[in-house]
Design a binder for this molecule. Sequence first.
Ligand SMILES: [Zn+2]
Length: 464
Amino acid sequence: MIMSGFKEDHAWKEAAVAEDRSFRANKSNGNRRKAPFYKVLQGMPIAVDAFRYGAIPGVTAYFLTHAHSDHYTNLSSSWSHGPIYCSEGTANLIIHMLSVDKKWVKPFPMDIPTTIPDSGGVQVTLIEANHCPGSCLFYFEGRQTVNAGDGTFKSSYIGSNRTFRYLHCGDFRASPRHVLHPAVKGKWIDHVYLDTTYLDPKYTFPPQAQVVAACADLAMKLASGEPPVSKPSGVFSWLTSTSTASNSKQSNQSKEPSKPVLFVVGTYSIGKERIVKAVAKALETKVFCDKRKAALLRCEADPELDALLTSNPKDAAVHLLPLGMITSDKLPSYLDKYKDQFSKVVGFRPTGWTYVQPSGTDQLPSIQQILTRTVQKTFTSENLKPGKQSTSTLQLYPVPYSEHSSFYELTCFALSLKWGKMIATVNVGSEKSRAKMAKWVSKWEAERKKRAEDVVAHRHLDYW
Ligand SMILES: [Zn+2]
């Protein structure tokens, strides 16, 4: 037993106090917010994604999973509390975006166990997280040497010979690659720190790789003038309009070379680059974005993406825009700027929330039902439907693209590893939400013990 139920309950109560929004730094609290227990590894002087707490007592190594703001909160040019370990891409990004002093930023290689300085000999392996560029999972292995952090729990293993293994998932989209990674495969993992963003069976969405391929396929069809396979009811579809509208004769006679279609993809900060790359490659075109965004993309150290970028918007049939621009009000004026080059605009709005479950779907399925009902799911360009705001020159496609694991993927991940404790790191603010998640974790635990196979069978290395 690493931490009893009672002690864990107490630790969560401490965490709730630490994360209280009304917190104000002052003399009586030492001018710093206390770090909740799940931010510091048990028995090790190591903190993960914990930059809002200043210098955490006993911590000598600060890890950052990826460069999204909710993970690097408060990290700035004035950081001076210790070395920051992360991937090369994340290192470039925090130096570029946050002006963190280079002397603190220590990129580690991917996939190679590396000993962390001043950590009592703990080794870490960085594993690609399948989230945004630069994101990784951290797999830690070593002895417990110190009770670091602000929690009152004291481990009884400090100084013992036992090796502890912790897998910190940061933000991730779980895939068979994670559980088959040589650093992790077959190992007993004491703690898994889990990205529980979608730990609820209502979150079902198709595999990322299929969605990316569907966007590329649809873009090719639209660019070549091939009508989309299915029209949404009651929506005027401009792609088939030449054969049905009154101007069909005219357009058949005057066969001017038609202007290409402009594709715009919405993104915020970093992430969703895979859709952009796949669409541009399918259309054999370049990608345009503004200077600020281009500088960010170059930090990501992705040669494939770098080769696609251009600073000339007229050279590229794919433009990257802030997600807020991909609307029926804003895109017409954007298209107007390039009306000499492009005839129409197609917008892709990638969000994790667009996939609606068929009505009547069981909300309290058994683990077996979860494994069988979702596995048949396939997603193609025919599943992408334009939004109702479409006009003769504009079509908007919501894209069910998520860089967090679906509930099905979390389930497959949890059943494919041997672990002692799952620690939720997202949606942990309320006791009700924690209790709901804990119920699923205990279902996974019971199911895992019953199962004969080590790893849940997968359809592809990239998804179950
Ligand atoms: Zn993230």
